[in-house]
Design a binder for this molecule. Structure first.
Ligand SMILES: [Mn+2]
Length: 401
């Protein structure tokens, strides 16, 4: 019996306002073909189906079109759990209807027994515990509780939930646990952290991904065979247990920082003798290339001329030799002329002293320094209201001395 583990589709995601619809469409077409070719009998999707809790009609349609084709063109059973980006209620609203297509969606946990499934239902060969993302806020409120106590309680809650699920499973067949959270020891790529309404903060400690605290490998019950997780966007296996605890990662790079490694799906197999084996990891094709180019103006112009940028999304990291007017428009055009699409240009100041090089004797007033900085960063001088704000701020600083 073949099982496929994937997660973090983030359908509807936008990268610097560019739609990823075409990439998601190509991924789901590829996935359906693979499911049919590899005769996958069970598909596990470990959360973050959509990028936002209220996905667009286009994103919603893409998802249901895939589920329809899957149930119509294959015999596959499917288990889907909600992630921190999904609206649990919206995702599971059509759950009764989707059962017609052998699709089981779990958004909320009412009773652990409702999270346990066996496949195939008439002759079980594998048991699955489908635990969706659970926010710390969903736990019962306790007054005067510290953050640490709250975290410990969350960890205990998940641990108990999995133990109860395993107790509900029939004996003698492999057990798979699904989940959507951060397990201590996992590596973060940056795009996981942001839940809805939560500001993006790169410098935040990594422990509270998606609002929830880290769970440890030792928190999973001992007698399980595989933990199919979602949440971290880089495919990886967490060490520390006899059974694999694995993140499949997202199928498309959700940020430029995820572009330097290949995305994957994992295929498991349950042998005729009933043993779960890890059969294959398959690299997902790159449907659209994300490129990061770095250098000074001259080097970037040369890279634009010599490279093949057709149809690629580009992040430019421009290093300035001196503070002065940058030619970001020229650099953008150089790539655009070669078919590339520059999504963002980051300007880096010379690194030697960690900041902009400004000749002090040339700059008599803070306003001038500010203006110079603005020109070097944004390519134009600050407007009147910004200058006014800066002056007011300066005055406040002076007065507070
Ligand atoms: Mn995610």
């Amino acid at each position: 019996m073949r099982i496929l583990h994937t997660a973090d589709w983030h359908i509807g995601q936008k990268l610097h306002e560019r739609s990823r619809h075409e990439e998601h469409k190509q991924f789901l077409d590829w996935l359906l073909k693979l499911i049919k070719e590899h005769k996958i009998q069970l598909l596990l999707v470990s959360g973050d189906i959509f990028d936002t809790s209220l996905p667009s009609a286009e994103a919603t349609n893409l998802y249901y079109e895939f589920l329809y084709k899957l149930s119509n063109e294959s015999e596959t059973y499917t288990v889907i759990i909600a992630g921190n980006h999904d609206s649990a209620r919206h995702l599971e609203a059509p759950r009764e209807f989707l059962k017609m297509g052998r699709i089981h969606v779990v958004g909320l946990v009412n009773d652990p027994s409702e999270c346990v499934f066996t496949f195939p239902p008439d002759n079980p060969r594998v048991a699955v515990a489908a635990i969706p993302y659970i926010s710390e806020n969903e736990l019962q409120h306790i007054s005067f509780e510290t953050e640490v106590e709250k975290s410990d309680r969350y960890q205990e809650f998940l641990k108990d939930l999995y133990t109860q699920c395993v107790a509900e499973m029939p004996t003698g067949i492999p057990k798979i646990l699904m989940g959507h959270f951060f397990v201590e020891g996992g590596s973060i790529s940056g795009s996981e952290r942001r839940t809805q309404g939560e500001p993006l903060n790169e410098s935040q400690p990594s422990i509270r991904v998606g609002g929830a605290t880290a769970v440890h490998a030792a928190d999973f019950p001992e007698d399980v065979d595989y933990v199919a997780l979602g949440h971290l966007h880089r495919p990886q296996t967490i060490k520390g247990t006899d059974f694999p605890i694995r993140y499949s990662g997202s199928p498309i790079p959700l940020r430029f920082s995820e572009a330097h490694y290949r995305k994957k799906i994992f295929i498991l197999n349950i042998s005729d003798s009933g043993v779960l084996q890890q059969e294959e990891e398959i690299e997902i094709p790159v449907f659209k290339e994300l490129c990061v180019v770095e250098g000074d103006e001259l080097s970037l112009q040369q890279q634009a001329m010599s490279g093949d940028w057709e149809g690629k999304y580009i992040q430019v990291k421009l290093t300035l030799d001196t503070v002065g007017k940058t030619k970001s428009d020229e650099i953008r055009n150089a790539f655009t002329n070669r078919g590339g699409d520059v999504l963002i240009i980051e300007v880096k100041m010379p690194e030697s002293d960690g900041g902009p090089t400004i000749q002090i004797e040339d700059m008599k007033h803070p306003e001038e320094i500010f203006e110079q900085y603005h020109i070097s960063t944004f390519d134009n001088p600050p407007d009147v209201s910004l200058k006014q704000t800066f002056s007011e701020l300066l005055q406040m600083v002076e007065e507070s001395k």
